[in-house]
Design a protein around this ligand. Structure first.
Ligand code: ATP
Ligand code: PRP
Length: 212
């Protein structure tokens, strides 16, 4: 049996059609069931439903043989013990620095002000500002980062942007692009050795599906 770790929401919505095209249609809608293990059209492949940020952990420990995780989540996890063979090019967005419309970010940075930055992406933010030589106090949040500058918790945020609607609705603007984000297929290297005959064709099929 091959186990694939997936998160509900965006990644599931964009991965499900890819999986169906590979003969791995998921037989039960995870939103309509409380089950956390669901079957696919291939009796040798099952899907486990986990939090987006937990996918790398399940795969790293071999509880899942493979999984689909955002590059944002993989950067925070560190990617240790994970083989990342395919950029699936789904759940695409950008990691950015954003500030309130009226905030003069360039001057604050130039003057060497110590910025308070709220984010869920501590490792990414730390690396970004360290590379620029900007001193920051990082404030760890788990969601709704856009609120932090509006209520005086932070000067800036590091967060994901797609349409820009959330930033606009909260009078925030992008001041720096950090990196483009997309979801990757991640594989447990020991599983790949032990189950190569099952996993190698699946990895190839993901590669073809991603190329489209
Ligand atoms: P968790 O449940 O672990 O807190 P989450 O709430 O961030 O995670 P989702 O919102 O489903 O989970 O996001 C899953 C992935 O989708 C993210 O890791 C990122 O790679 C991508 N993503 C997040 N927001 C967007 C967006 N607005 N547009 C496109 N892709 C996005
Ligand atoms: C993500 C991200 C932004 C928003 C950006 O949040 O954290 O808030 O999407 O998308 P936009 O530019 O298209 O508005 P999400 O919807 O996943 O909410 P959550 O982090 O609270 O789950």
């Amino acid at each position: 049996m091959v186990t694939l770790a997936l998160s509900k929401g965006r990644i599931y919505d964009e991965a499900a059609p890819l999986l169906a095209g590979m003969g791995l249609a998921i037989t039960e809608d995870p939103d309509a069931t409380r089950k956390l293990i669901v079957a696919t059209a291939n009796p040798g492949v099952r899907v486990i439903i986990v939090r987006a940020s937990d996918v790398p952990t399940y795969v790293q420990h071999g509880a899942a043989d493979l999984g689909i995780a955002g590059s944002d989540v993989l950067a925070e996890h560190g990617g240790q013990g994970l083989y990342q063979p395919v950029d699936l090019r789904i759940a695409r967005c950008r990691m950015v620095v954003a500030v309130p419309e009226g905030f003069d970010y360039e001057s604050a940075v130039r003057q060497g002000a110590r910025l308070r930055v709220a984010t869920k992406y501590i490792a990414t933010a730390r690396e970004h500002f360290a590379a620029k030589g900007v001193h920051v106090d990082l404030i760890h949040l788990y969601g709704s980062m856009e609120l932090a500058p509006l209520v005086g918790l932070a000067d800036a945020i590091v967060d994901l942007v797609d349409t820009g609607n959330t930033l606009r609705a909260n009078n925030l603007k992008v001041v720096e692009e950090i990196e483009p984000i997309s979801s990757r297929l991640v594989v447990n290297p020991a599983s790949l050795k032990l189950k190569r005959s099952a996993l190698a064709p699946l990895i190839d099929a993901f590669g073809r599906a991603a190329r489209g």
